[in-house]
Ligand binder design. Structure first.
Ligand code: ADP
Ligand code: MG
Length: 388
């Protein structure tokens, strides 16, 4: 038996994209200009704050992709999450996350609307299409989905109904270093058979997601929402050609795709939060600060200590950032001058993330099966079928 065979040490394991949302009807003054598909310029002169006012007025940033206000949901998906699907069905972990201040388009990008769906819907549609294609040949798949939020440094299962709600205190993280993954104890897992099943699960999850009123935005998402799709792929190739009728090579690939809608990255001071909201703000910032510190540490030439343990979000994402994972960061910004300072901070954060270097490995276990083991395997499969 051999595990973990193929690896890729390319430095392109993180893709950083920036999406500029359209001006809203209440906004008139655009300070962000898309130069081309890779470059945007940011006019810093119109900053309302003396702190961020800089002598340099027009700052240019280069990213792997820049999407302007007219970019369609489809074009954003095609260039970001779509290429990850083939990797995931091939045993590589992958993560897509939306980062940015409240009101800049994270939820629009990740969830979208029923008539113009976002990354989750499009990714799951493409994933099920690929699974159906591959199932026609030698592969069998098992897909499980979980959806959680990290709110105030507490993990909550978003896919619970009042009947299956587990006590929140029991939802905690378990690091499984041997299999290079982090699991959440007592988190409900679901086995969707179609995109429609996934959408129904997302609707349940989104209605459970905590939203609260703050002065920064009428309805602002104060939690990090994390969708995790685990794909197990089993391939059986019999090697009859060389007279080895009794030996069958089998491989099991297991990969996790995470799609994350982060809480707003604005600072607590900008929202004039008080009391409970302030504590929330501190905890949300703690997770985002820790995420930023992990990104900084991963960007150093010789990353030795990555502070994953500093927050629940970064503990959860240990293998979804610098470890065994392909990462796509979609940075959402507003073009409006009223968000000038947040936009500048967000662009600086995204700019740092470009330097993350990771080593991605395929999670494959190769098994050399002898024909005498077949009855046991068939028994196991019959048991699985009888439980469906
Ligand atoms: P966030 O999740 O970052 O707080 P939202 O996704 O809720 O922000 O977006 C704020 C508002 O802007 C919503 O009304 C949303 O429909 C709109 N919006 C955001 N991005 C786009 C876009 N690319 N095209 C059209 N409307 C958008
Ligand atoms: Mg949102």
């Amino acid at each position: 038996m051999a595990a973990k065979n193929r690896s890729s040490s390319s430095n392109n394991n993180i893709t950083v994209a920036v999406r500029v949302r359209p001006l809203l009807r209440t906004e008139s003054d655009s300070v962000v200009h898309v130069v081309d598909g890779n470059i945007l310029s940011f006019d810093n002169r119109r900053s309302s704050s003396s702190v961020s006012r800089s002598k340099v007025s027009d700052i240019r940033f280069a990213f792997d992709r820049v999407f302007g206000p007219a970019a369609s949901q489809e074009s954003v998906f095609d260039a970001t999450a779509k290429p990850l699907v083939d990797l995931v069905v091939d045993g590589f972990n992958a993560t897509v996350f939306a980062y940015g201040a409240t009101g800049c388009g994270k939820t629009h990008t990740i969830t979208g609307t029923p008539t113009d769906p976002g990354i989750i819907h499009r990714t799951m549609t493409h994933l099920f299409t690929r699974i159906n294609q591959l199932s026609e040949t030698q592969s069998t798949f098992k897909t499980t989905v979980s959806y959680l939020e990290v709110y105030n440094e507490t993990i909550r299962d978003l896919l619970v109904t009042s009947s299956n709600r587990a006590p929140q205190s029991q939802l905690d993280l378990r690091e499984d270093d041997e299999h290079r993954r982090v699991t959440v104890s007592n988190l409900s897992e679901h086995s969707p058979k179609s995109v429609e099943d996934v959408i129904a699960l997302m609707e349940l999850g989104n209605s459970n997601r905590i939203k609260a009123f703050t002065e920064a935005n009428a309805v602002s998402s104060r939690s990090h929402a994390v969708l995790q799709v685990c794909i197990e792929r089993r391939d059986i190739n019999s090697d009859m050609s060389r007279g080895n009728e009794s030996n069958v090579a089998s491989s099991l690939k297991i990969a996790t795709l995470s799609i994350i809608d982060l809480a707003g990255s604005e600072r607590a001071s900008a929202t004039q939060n008080k009391g409970e909201r302030l504590l929330e703000g501190a905890n949300i910032n703690r997770s985002l600060l820790a995420l930023g510190n992990c990104i900084n540490a991963l960007c150093s030439d010789k990353p030795n200590h990555i502070p994953y343990r500093d927050s629940k979000l970064t503990r959860l994402l240990k293998y979804s950032l610098g470890g065994n994972c392909k990462v796509v960061m979609i940075t959402n910004i507003s073009p409006s001058s009223t968000h000038n300072e947040e936009t500048h901070n967000t662009l600086k954060y995204a700019n740092r993330a470009k330097n993350i270097q990771t080593k991605v490995e395929q999670n494959t276990i190769n098994l050399q099966l002898h024909i005498s083991q077949y009855p046991k395997i068939i028994q196991g499969l019959q048991l699985e079928i009888s439980q469906l």
